[in-house]
Design a binder for this molecule. Structure first.
Ligand SMILES: [Zn+2]
Length: 422
């Protein structure tokens, strides 16, 4: 059974994320050095103090933002000259309003604009999926904002690099696309500190770190693996002594940083390259999802990102939706003939019986598919719904991924809702 869900759902990548005990337990300021402090909330908020004013890096999810500000204002109340957003996910931009003062400049990489417009454009699509993925009640969906309806807070946007100096401290910002296309890294050569957002450790959790979500199944555009790899190389080339993450704890020491980031990069590279080799060998996506396993030497868990989903994401990111089967070109999906198959089998009871046998034989996914078939014939069939619940519960028993577990629980809730009242 899953044990970590509560602890790691302070995660990134999100749009309104559940508060967690883990985040709240650590909600006091961490001193990184004499000039840099961190408020570890649903996402970490950083304060960099200079003799001419402060710089805030990321602002936490809206629900945590005020608390983060109070914590860091207790350290320094100097004017906020700049807010830097490592990327446009809601768990990093929810507190802009609390920090913004007259004259505060807000900096993001230029792709931020499209990212937040994309999120707003598909708000009605994402809202229910986010509520499942992040285990929170569905947020209200307002009227459609249009294709370009998001609020754009940044006052400075850059493409590749942007630099400024404040109080003698140089801030070098560089585009490092990874978890999102607008990801940026903030490099402070004075302190040899790199703030890298969610490009390493898109989730707060103890070691072993999780493989990332090259594709997040709540719904994301492809996250190009090669860009992500290049961005980690960009960070490594800076030779930082401290790496500050969007969620996880700081990493100290050049050797440790190199070890961790290299391992993470190489794991992404491995999964990417194996997927590409398989595609070139004519293998279909499901075969590759089964075949590609992360070597144990990488020592990464799959509590947050899942290798098989990433394989699927990389495959689809390169090739799009068509699988090469002529029957997939049309708008009647395989499920359009499920009721016919049920009739052929002699009724939903026969198909459900087979589902239970599959379950008994240790094949819960096949059992789940068979309940899809039964329920296409009779959506309220109690035996089929009960078999479905059993299959989903069986899958939960061996599930280690927080997001997968959220979707399994969602499936169980939905099936129970359809069962006749006892
Ligand atoms: Zn995040």
């Amino acid at each position: 059974m899953l044990r970590l869900r509560g602890a790691v759902l302070a995660v990134c990548a999100g749009i309104g994320i559940a508060a967690t005990a883990a985040a709240q337990d650590h909600a006091k300021v961490v001193k990184i050095n004499d000039s840099i402090y961190m408020a570890p909330m649903g996402s970490n908020v950083y304060l960099v103090m200079t003799s001419e004013g402060n710089v805030v890096i990321d602002t936490a999810p809206a629900r945590d933002a005020q608390e983060a500000r109070e914590l860091l204002r207790a350290v320094s109340q100097a004017p906020v000259k700049y807010i830097i957003l490592t990327h446009g996910h809601a768990d990093h931009i929810g507190g802009i309003e609390f920090w913004k003062q007259p004259g505060t400049q807000i900096i993001a990489q230029r792709n931020y604009v499209e990212l937040v417009n994309y999120v707003a454009r598909l708000d009605g699509f994402f809202a229910p999926r986010n509520s499942v993925a992040f285990n929170h009640p569905q947020q209200n969906v307002g009227p459609w904002a249009g294709n370009y309806g998001a609020t754009i807070d940044p006052t400075i946007l850059f493409d590749e690099k942007y630099e400024f100096t404040l109080g003698g401290v140089k801030f070098e910002l560089v585009s490092t696309p990874g978890e999102t296309p607008d990801h940026l890294t903030v490099w402070l050569p004075t302190y040899k500190v790199a703030f890298i957002g969610d490009n390493y450790a898109g989730v707060g959790m103890p070691e072993p770190m999780s493989f990332p979500n090259i594709y997040a199944i709540r719904g994301t555009k492809p996250r190009p693996a090669l860009d992500w790899i290049k961005s980690i190389d960009t960070v490594l080339a800076l030779k930082p002594e401290i790496v500050l993450n969007g969620h996880a704890d700081p990493i100290f020491g050049q050797e440790e940083i190199t070890r961790k980031l290299t391992r993470y990069r190489d794991a992404i590279q491995y999964v990417h390259d194996e997927t590409v080799k398989g595609m070139n060998a004519g293998k279909d996506v499901y075969t590759l999802m089964r075949e590609i396993k992360l070597p144990a030497s990488y020592n990464l868990s799959q509590v947050f990102g899942k290798v098989s989903w990433s394989v699927h994401g990389i495959y689809d990111g390169y090739a799009g939706w068509y699988d090469g089967n002529p029957s997939s070109m049309y708008d009647e999906p395989p499920s359009s003939v499920y009721p016919d198959l049920v009739k052929l089998a002699g009724g939903p009871e026969r198909v459900t019986q087979l589902a239970l046998e599959k379950l008994e034989a240790g094949k819960p996914v096949e059992a789940l598919h068979l309940t899809d078939v039964s329920l296409a014939f009779d959506p309220g069939n109690a035996a089929a719904l009960n078999a479905r619940i059993k299959a989903l519960e069986k899958l939960r028993e061996s599930c280690e991924n927080v997001v997968e577990d959220g979707w399994l629980q969602y499936g169980i809730r939905k099936a129970k809702e359809k069962l006749p009242a006892q």
